[in-house]
Design a binder for this molecule. Structure first.
Ligand SMILES: Nc1ncnc2c1ncn2[C@@H]1O[C@H](COP(=O)(O)OP(=O)(O)O)[C@@H](O)[C@H]1O
Ligand SMILES: [Mg+2]
Length: 225
């Protein structure tokens, strides 16, 4: 497909369980186009995190094929997988995963240190990302001095700073109150429209679902709608 940046064909993921295997994802077929704002929606244990992790090359499929930005995930060397993630994929987690001893500025700058980028370009990118997320006045704060909503905005700025093609957000509102959840969804929706960044969420939060332009329903490791 012309525009498809994630293509999954007959994909299965199994984990060892006792002497047998546990099937976490079964016969997944999916295509996601550039610029979509999609959610993988399903209850706890349905396989959402496993699916996002494989798409993001943090894990590999057991069978079938997952192509992310033209790369076949099961076939990448560790080095190539790291390069794909560092350049083109931003991750947002439920628990923010910020580095506590670093400032907001340093947390957002961190992914750029893995890329070859001049100091002046890096500074501009960090300041832009912090401005998009309304964090300009928190530059020197450390995560411990921020609210949950602010921490998650820092995590979104960190995901966006390198202008990735894809942002994978695993239950990003799970620890946020309603106001902060709406706030952050509005910001991500705006970035999706303005920068054409593809967003893929995992969620079962109604507040997230109302912003999605497409839902992929997952149940017991299978796509059911
Ligand atoms: N590393 C692993 N080893 C064994 N089982 C796993 C592993 N990761 C996930 N699972 C199992 O796979 C299923 C799907 O998990 P997960 O993808 O985390 O679901 P969700 O994110 O929808 O809650 C669960 O039953 C979980 O226990
Ligand atoms: Mg999960």
């Amino acid at each position: 497909m012309a525009n498809s940046i994630i293509t999954i064909t007959n994909m299965k993921k199994q984990y060892p369980e006792g002497k047998g295997k546990f099937t976490a994802l079964d016969d997944i077929n999916l295509s996601i186009n550039s610029g979509e704002f999609t959610g993988i929606v399903g209850p706890s244990g349905s396989g959402k995190t496993t699916l996002l992790n494989i798409i993001g090359s943090l894990d590999v499929p057991t069978e079938g094929e997952v192509i992310t930005l033209g790369e076949s995930i099961g076939k990448l060397t560790h080095r190539k997988a790291a390069k794909l993630r560092n350049k083109n994929i931003g991750f947002i987690f439920q628990t923010y995963n910020l580095l506590p001893v670093y400032s907001v500025y340093e947390n957002v700058e961190f992914p750029l240190l893995l890329l070859k980028m001049s100091a002046s370009k890096r500074k501009k990118a960090v300041l832009d990302a912090l401005e998009w997320l309304g964090l300009t006045d928190k530059i020197k704060s450390r995560p411990g001095q921020l609210s949950g909503g602010e921490c998650q905005r820092v995590a979104v700025a960190r995901a966006m700073v390198k202008l990735p093609e894809i942002v994978l957000a695993d239950e990003p509102t799970a620890n946020l109150d309603a106001e902060n959840a709406h706030n952050i969804l509005k910001m991500m929706s705006k970035l999706n429209k303005e920068l054409n960044t593809t967003f893929l969420f995992s969620t079962h939060d109604e507040k997230v679902i109302q912003y999605l332009t497409r839902q992929i329903l997952l149940k017991d490791g299978k796509v059911v709608g």
